[in-house]
Design a protein around this ligand. Structure first.
Ligand code: DQA
Length: 147
């Protein structure tokens, strides 16, 4: 069972970026913890981060037939990207949308997501624990495409 963990723009700055909103854990820490958790659950987690919309689309397309599920924090592309939505729908891989912050408690425009209505689940406001929750969920409930 393989899960692809995608982090979008500015999430490479996690830990130092607006720590009052996003906390002080770095993306490196998140990925390290995800790998440890994956090993414990006997699954594989591949992590990918990009600041570029097209690179994220390419990664999603390449995942077709290769992974059982995608966990994606699209960053600001959540609120703008029809292309990422179309890529996820195009490959038909089930996905969980995650946000570190509670997007509903911030600016009004952060409340709209181009992905949420098609996501298997949406996690927000749990801080980086959201990634842990998403991986545990994925290990139990995302086992469709690949063998
Ligand atoms: C975010 C929330 C988005 O609104 C924001 O643009 C981000 C991070 C989060 O994890 O809380 O970059 O996805």
């Amino acid at each position: 069972q393989k899960i692809l963990l995608i982090n979008g723009p500015n999430l490479n700055l996690l830990g130092t970026r607006e720590p009052q909103i996003y906390g002080s854990t770095t993306l490196n820490d998140v990925v390290k913890q995800a790998k440890i958790q994956a090993a414990e659950l006997s699954i594989q987690v591949e992590a990918f981060q990009s600041n570029h919309e097209g690179a994220i689309v390419d990664k999603i397309q390449a995942a077709r037939g290769e992974v059982d599920g995608i966990i994606i924090n699209p960053g600001a592309f959540t609120h703008t990207s029809v292309a990422i939505r179309d890529a996820l729908l195009g490959v038909g891989i089930p996905f969980v949308e995650i946000h570190v912050s509670n997007v509903h408690a911030r600016e009004q425009w952060r409340r709209h997501s181009y992905l949420s209505d098609k996501a298997q689940a949406v996690i927000c406001g749990l801080g980086v624990f959201g990634y842990t929750a998403a991986i545990e969920f994925a290990a139990k409930h995302m086992k469709v495409n690949a063998g």
